[in-house]
Design a protein around this ligand. Structure first.
Ligand code: PD2
Ligand code: ZN
Length: 285
């Protein structure tokens, strides 16, 4: 009698335990399906803009599953219009710290003294106008996934196709180095032949802890700012790692905009690293 009662209690306990395990598994599966269909977790499910990547978000893909959202750094990049004439947009958090470090690492062993365009010949020449060191990424490096992602991001935020972009240039400014005010559009006819005029520039900052080294727009705004420690009229953008500034060398009238004059202020301490993407009227490659 006692033995059969023990067997009964044991069977009951086993039944209850197995039932609880099955119930827990069913609940887990239910929660998992719920997350999957509503994009809970890292959900940007309510973003419903016009591109395919965002539609996938709207259908419930989580942020990291959506490659397009990750490439565009949706939710991180914050645009701020800082001037309408010249047209200048500051993109906060445009590059990740990893992307900045990657560009610097590729560039460091291949740096050369920077040059400016000689308007008589269209060739590069050394000049006191620009005292940095720099290098260009190669067409091969353009195919690396991280570079591809950066190029795609530049093209989406500027609405200039990737094919119209020149190769990315990486620059390093050491103490006392600078780039005096200049226009990015060409004043010679040689460089116009392949790709046409430069229409816009995306200037990305790759390093922190720089004193000075601001990007200076003398014809923007009506205030004053600090450029390499000097107070000057115009607008100055501080070089913060990961930020990028997009400015237009061509006005809405389709003509080169003289107000787009800009420079890189003197670096007072630390090292400033930047990367430039110039964009043309036509395809460059
Ligand atoms: O690196 C800079 O700060 C800078 C400033 C102005 C770069 C350029 N222009 C350029 O590459 O055109
Ligand atoms: Zn420039």
């Amino acid at each position: 009698m006692a033995a059969s009662a023990t067997r009964f209690i044991f069977a009951l306990l086993t039944f209850v335990t197995v039932g609880m395990i099955i119930g827990a598994l069913i609940q887990l599966a239910f929660i998992w399906r719920l997350e999957d269909s509503h994009g809970i977790g890292y959900s940007l499910g309510r973003i419903q803009s016009l591109n395919r990547g965002s539609l996938e978000l709207a259908r419930g893909k989580s942020y990291w599953e959506d490659k397009e959202a990750a490439i565009l750094r949706l939710g991180y990049v914050k645009p701020e219009i800082i001037s309408w004439s010249p047209r200048v947009v500051l993109f906060h958090n445009f590059l990740s710290a990893e992307e900045c470090d990657y560009l610097r690492a590729i560039a460091r062993p291949r740096l050369h003294v920077s040059t400016v365009v000689d308007t008589r010949t269209g060739k590069g020449m050394k000049s006191s106008v620009r005292t940095s060191s720099g290098m260009f990424l190669t067409a091969e490096e353009r195919r690396y996934p991280m570079i591809q992602a950066i190029e795609k991001r530049i093209s989406v935020y500027s609405q200039v196709p990737v094919e119209n972009g020149e190769l990315i240039q990486v620059l390093r400014y050491e103490q006392n180095q600078l780039y005096r005010p200049h226009h990015d559009y060409f004043s010679d006819s040689f460089n116009l032949k392949r790709g046409g005029q430069r229409v816009a520039t995306m200037l990305m900052y790759l390093s922190d802890n720089v004193e000075g080294g601001e990007t200076y727009f003398p014809k923007a705004g009506s205030g004053e700012c600090s450029c390499g420690g000097k107070v000057v009229p115009g607008l100055c953008v501080k070089p913060l790692k990961g930020d990028a500034v997009l400015f237009w060398s061509m006005g809405l009238d389709g003509q080169s905009d003289p107000n787009s004059i800009h420079g890189g202020c003197e670096v007072l301490s630390g090292e400033k690293w930047s990367a430039t993407k110039w964009m043309r009227q036509q395809v460059t490659s």
